[in-house]
Write a protein that binds this ligand. Sequence first.
Ligand SMILES: [Zn+2]
Length: 411
Amino acid sequence: MTTKTQSPETVQRSALVIDTHADTPQRFVDENFDLGDPLGNGNFNLETARKGNMGAVFFSIWVEPVANKGQYSRRTLILIDAVKQQAAKHSDRVMFVATPAGIELAHSERKLAVLMGIEGGHSIENSLALLRQYYALGVRYMTLTWSNSTDWADSSGDITDTTIPHTKEGLSEFGKDVVYEMNRLGMMVDISHVSDRTFFRTLVITRAPVIASHSAARALCDSPRNMTDDMLRAVANSGGPNSKGGVVQVNFYSAFISQAYRDAQKAQKPEVDKAVQALKDKYKAEGKEAPPAEVSKLQRQWADKIPRPPLSALVDHIDHIAKVAGVDHVGLGSDFDGVDGQLPEGIDSPADLPKITAALMQRGYSAEDCRKILGGNLLRVFREVEQIARELQAENRPRITDKQPYDKPQK
Ligand SMILES: [Zn+2]
């Protein structure tokens, strides 16, 4: 069988498709959403995952940092539990796993492999003990920060905010210990969302290749949360001289992939702010606080007025990263259920993933390259992270636990 004769459908069916970022756990907990339900106003369910031949998904364990202040670990555990409950409930179609071998086993049984990544280092509450226990519960990557900086790592989301304290070098001493401990445990280090300085500091010290679980290219769309070409190359070269390098999983969010969409969003912002304020004032007049669901509904209505970018905008990012970093260093991190439906035209759920494969093949990507992008690259990195962990665990060096036995707060 030559690769040339394969149709996009055949390629999609023969690939082990992995999405490293879906925010569906919020829906499990806050909306009582079940993976067997119809999509509703979301992007992810079992039916569409099967239609798109999705083999594995990393559900994002994301703790909103303001509303959950003082109870980050509690919310983290509730989200982790929700993922496990869903996997148990749908054990005929879903398998909760935490290893590359587990992903392949689930795939061989035609089940969706479900994994977890923590989005935002604030979940560990400055404690390596919590980090280790999240690993024990099955968490296999952690995004060092979400849009909020922690005591030990800086975020692209608030790096220009001078009222927020930031580290001097991108990572504090404790932050370096976090990265080392993740390497030692075998938890993938995810650099999506972090500030540029935190990114480069992490790349200098990590012993394992890193991932960007859901990031796009800044050369094509100027978001501080997207990655410059230098950063793309650095991820490809991450993990030391013997490493095969990390992977950048492309985010599908319209405002990260399309400059036109981003500009329109910016132009619209004063009006949106005004409308949101009016809604808040209306509630205030009644002595109440505007319900967050209503605020986000209003924001979504405004966002829906901006035309969706074409699918080609998303494919441009995959193509750009493949050209700059190499085809071995790009994959998919949709951000489904995390972006209020603001996705490119024709992409509404995992059922639409074959369209991306078809578009890549149209641009000359071989079947083999497509299979790498669809999941092969991530699987390679995940395996290497496991291998590095075994090596580090065998190393006779002072254990971090000796230095930081329990919950000692570190800045
Ligand atoms: Zn995110």
